[in-house]
Design a protein. Structure first.
Lengths: 109, 133, 330
């Protein structure tokens, strides 16, 4: 299982494009890239999940960590392009209530 | 007469010179070929550590004796960055260089007595003795 | 040893027999038991060799210096291997003790009540589990059941799991009020957990007099409700955020009535996230599997479902597995 994390910064907007699976093996890579972005003040982080077919609970944990960090730094975190399986995970865990998740919006890749 | 040799370590040549001095003394004292090779391997490892992590330092090689035995003592001294967690580097399976090296646990195994004294930013002193049986 | 090797080498140089080579192989085992290092072995070889072959060319003798030097490295690696093996044994035994301690956090007494048929099976993927289950009967005869799943698995998850157990023990008064209990637990978890850790949990309580089952979920994989009259499985749907994300959370409590033969199933995502040949199974595969064994007592039912899912994954559990079943008796 592999994960590729591409970050494109446009001033305050931080676009994070993920390719692959976010699981117990790849979560630390995502954490390394995502958390520093979330700690920047007044950033708008947009994570594109269009090319992510699977996220496990460790992966969800990273997004929770990012959410907490972004709250502290007055930044925002938005997830876009989640597939049905990924979306269901965020629904079951109730995180769709506290996180901005827009699965219809698919960014140009 | 007690012989003491000291070699400056600031290149791979220094490592070889230290080995040579160690082997010569070990042979004179009467160590067999296996122990000679062990002593020189220990010298190599200590000298390489100096070369890799502290850039330069010294290796002292001397004969030691107590009531009933003789031995070779190697002392490695550097003024390098020091070792933050000595217990960690003495653990098997841990080598900071990430390569296959005997490391300090190897030196301890090759020799009989082993002491290490290190202070962050103040360098490291390691001494090891092999006794003739 | 010297004599034995000398005989072997003499024999071999004379007859080159396979038999002597076989003896040498046996000899090597004995030398390892005696802790003879590779360099000492090389040295033994040279001395014996020099003795039995007169006038060895100087090059041959000198060449062993090189071999000896190389073997020192192998000898060190061998010794390190032995010491690491000892350490691994030690860790293994510590882990076994920890796993036994963890086992003691789970309820030890069987739940035996006339009104319900109860069964639970929980199997860790490794030695220690990130899953937790709980059951209790209070003075009024109400039955509380819970399944929790700590993110990740192995030792870190297991350490976190013990927190849930102690937190539950410290707030006994709401034991049978699912939503209130989760709210209290959430406060404890949120204060004590790493920012990227969380716990999911479902708590249910059954009142055998009214036959109502009350439940609330903190982001946990939904369980099933089996309705005997229509022979159908329904999702135990209820929403709530996982424990540990925000300090103040309210949980929604739902309830349903169990008729005779109806049962509820609580599970961990190790059950539903079973991968067979790389593909995830569907929830309906799980409910079908449970349905297949519904004629059995609850405990056997849970065990059979586990066995079958284990077989489907070629006996390699990827995640901790917990399945709990509570059925209203006729």
């Amino acid at each position: 299982m592999n994960l590729q994390v591409d970050v494109r910064e446009e001033e305050q907007e931080k676009h994070v494009l993920l390719n692959g699976e976010v699981d117990v093996y790849t979560a630390s890579l995502l954490k390394e890239k995502l958390i520093p972005l979330a700690e920047k003040p007044n950033a708008a982080i947009i994570v594109n999940l269009s090319n992510v077919n699977y996220i496990d609970s460790t992966g969800v944990g990273i997004f929770i960590g990012a959410l907490k960090a972004s709250d502290k730094s007055n930044s925002s975190l938005k997830l876009i392009g989640a597939n049905a399986r990924v979306k269901r995970l965020f629904e079951i865990t109730g995180l769709d209530e506290v996180m901005d998740i827009d699965s219809d919006q698919r960014e140009e890749v | 007469m007690q012989v003491q040799t000291h070699v400056d370590i600031n290149s791979e040549w220094g490592i070889v010179a230290a080995r040579q001095a160690g082997r010569k003394l070990a042979r004179e004292i009467g160590f067999g070929s296996v122990d000679q090779a062990r002593i020189t391997t220990a010298i190599s490892e200590l000298a390489r550590n100096i070369y890799l992590y502290a850039n330069k330092g010294q290796i002292y090689i001397e004969e030691v004796s107590n009531a009933n035995k003789r031995g070779v003592k190697i002392t490695a001294i550097d003024q390098g960055p020091g070792i933050k967690d000595v217990r960690k580097v003495m653990e098997d399976g841990f080598t900071t260089s990430g390569g296959l090296g005997a490391g300090l646990p190897g030196v301890r195994r090759l020799m009989d007595d082993f002491t290490i004294d290190s202070e962050v930013n103040n360098g490291t002193t390691i001494s090891a003795i092999k006794w003739l049986r | 040893m010297y004599q034995l090797y000398k005989e072997m080498l003499t024999n071999y140089l004379r007859n080159k027999s396979e038999h002597t080579l076989y003896s040498a192989q046996q000899f090597s085992k004995e030398m390892m038991v005696k802790d003879l290092s590779p360099e000492e072995m090389v040295s033994l070889h040279i001395s014996v060799f020099k003795e039995i072959v007169e006038d060895l060319p100087e090059e041959v003798i000198d060449s062993f210096d090189l071999l000896l030097e190389v073997m020192i490295g192998y000898g060190l690696a061998h010794r390190e291997h032995l010491s690491l093996r000892d350490r691994q044994r030690q860790l293994e035994s510590e882990l076994n003790v920890a796993a036994r301690m963890q086992q003691s956090l789970l309820p030890s007494k069987e739940l035996k009540v006339d009104e319900v048929d109860f069964g639970v099976t929980s199997v860790p993927a490794g030695k220690m589990s990130g899953d937790y289950y709980h059951y209790i009967v209070d003075e009024q005869g109400h039955i509380g059941v819970a399944v929790a799943d700590v993110i990740g698995k192995g030792i870190p998850a297991a350490m976190c799991m013990s927190m849930i157990k102690y937190a539950m023990d410290s707030i006994p008064e709401q034991r049978l009020q699912p939503a209130a209990l989760l709210e209290n637990l959430n406060r404890v978890v949120e204060r004590n957990i790493d920012s990227d850790m969380f716990i999911t949990m479902v708590y249910g309580s059954y009142d055998p007099k009214s036959h109502r089952f009350y439940f609330a979920s903190a982001g946990h994989e939904p369980g099933f409700f089996y309705e005997a009259a229509t022979n159908t499985f329904h999702d135990l749907k209820t929403k709530g955020i996982v424990l540990g994300v925000s300090p103040k959370v309210q949980y929604h409590e739902s309830s349903l009535k169990l008729e005779p033969g109806d049962f509820v199933v609580l599970l961990s995502d190790g059950v539903t996230e079973t991968r067979v040949n790389g593909e995830f199974i569907e929830r309906k595969d799980v409910s079908q599997l449970i349905g297949k064994y519904k004629h059995l007592p609850a405990q056997l039912m849970a065990e059979q479902v586990f066995r079958e899912l284990e077989r489907m994954q070629d006996f390699q559990l990827k995640d901790d597995f917990t399945l709990l079943i509570l059925r209203r008796n006729v």
